[in-house]
Design a protein around this ligand. Structure first.
Ligand code: FAD
Ligand code: NAP
Length: 307
């Protein structure tokens, strides 16, 4: 065995699971394919993480969690997990460009990624004005008008963030009511540079090599309008990063993983934590709670294995 425990994903759930497992003296490796901190690291400011009375940058919170995990001896290896297979003893974790790892137990904390609508122009212009991350790309839109698609916490919160750079920020939302929590809504609706286009959907991103506009349609009247914008940010929900292990665990129809309250998956030795789970509230605070419980359950599972 290369190690006892492998944790897939170095977001808040994975880093917390790593910290708890390391403090229990379990040999472990966190595998992360992108940026440590996951979605949290790509969040502008976090207002609702207990203990921080002033907003903290998502990237700073991510760095603090990583530093704390490393302080307790957590090893983070960068690599994209391609698949997991069960062996007679334990599991094999295959990586895109590294040797496979053998381990006794796995905590799945691969989180979720932005949904792509796939409307004309969206994928062609991705990285050329179409973005899924305001924190990463917002500063490129200094002085431009931009559109944000969606009405959830992400869309509305990131629209407020984009007012730091952009001229007008157009929110394109398919209903007459925002899904975002009231506190976030109030901030956005009080911002004079945010214009909400109620009951509208995006139908095409216009541009040739760079975004020039977005065509939107009223879902009530069918009337279409083109807004002249230099950037379009999509926040239309999340899809689970569950491809490498979907064949091994029970999921819902969207691919989110089902666990019991101790984070056990349907297959012994596999645990899941954070946004990858079927759950009602996807937050940093709930991801870290899941991570702590998953590590505790993995510890008990490992202790019972014959040595
Ligand atoms: P993630 O953060 O998604 O981390 C999963 C990690 O797994 C990622 O780093 C990913 O690269 C890695 N991974 C995935 N697949 C693989 C693979 N195959 N191989 C290796 N690594 C892999 N929550 C709050 O509480 N407050 C906020 O203010 C807030 N703001 C948000 C703003 C935005 C724009 C968004 C999108 C989310 C926000 N959230 C906020 C939600 C919060 O960020 C998530 O609930 C939280 O990050 C989930 O943590 P996680 O560890 O489960 O998953
Ligand atoms: P979300 O809550 O699923 O919201 C997605 C939004 O996109 C909804 O407004 C939805 O409209 C819209 N939408 C979905 N499909 C669409 C389509 N085909 N065409 C047009 N619009 C479409 O996703 P999210 O905002 O990314 O949030 C994900 C999770 O992260 C949530 O649990 C959220 O609470 C959490 N989060 C928390 C914070 C925070 O605490 N500050 C910040 C960001 C995210 P409808 O409303 O009509 O369904």
């Amino acid at each position: 065995m290369d190690t006892d425990l492998v944790i897939l994903g170095g977001g808040p759930a994975g880093l917390t699971a790593g910290m708890y497992a390391a403090r229990a003296r379990i040999p472990l490796i966190i595998l992360e394919r992108g940026q440590t901190g996951g979605q949290m690291a790509a969040t502008a400011t976090v207002d609702n993480y207990p203990g921080f009375t002033d907003p903290i940058f998502g990237a700073e919170l991510a760095e603090r969690m990583e530093t704390q995990a490393r302080k307790f001896g957590v090893t983070i290896q960068y690599g994209d997990v391609q698949s997991i297979e069960r062996k007679t003893q334990g599991f094999t974790v295959s990586l895109e460009s590294a040797d496979p790892l053998q381990c006794q137990a796995i905590i799945i904390a691969t989180g979720a990624s932005p949904v792509k609508l796939g409307i004309p122009g969206e994928l062609d212009l991705a990285g050329k004005g179409v973005s899924y991350c305001a924190v990463c790309d917002g500063p490129f839109f200094q002085g431009f008008d931009v559109a944000v698609v969606g009405g959830g916490d992400s869309a509305v919160e990131e629209a407020v963030y984009l007012t730091r750079f952009a001229g007008t920020v157009h929110i394109i939302h398919r209903r007459d009511d925002l899904r975002a929590c009231k506190e976030i809504q109030e901030k956005a609706l009080a911002e004079p540079r945010i214009v909400v286009h109620w009951s509208t959907i995006p139908v095409e991103i216009i541009g040739d090599g760079e975004v020039k506009g977005i065509r939107i349609r009223s879902v009530k009247t069918g009337q279409e309008e083109t807004l002249s914008v230099g950037g379009v940010f999509f926040y239309v929900g999340l899809r689970p990063n569950s491809e490498p292990f979907r064949h091994l665990v029970e999921t819902d129809s969207a691919g989110f993983v089902l666990t019991d309250q101790d984070m056990n998956c349907s297959n012994p030795g596999l645990f899941a934590a954070g946004d990858i789970r079927v759950k009602t509230l996807r937050q940093i605070s709930t991801a870290i709670g899941d991570g702590a419980i998953a590590a505790y359950s993995a510890q008990h599972y490992l202790e019972k294995l014959p040595r």
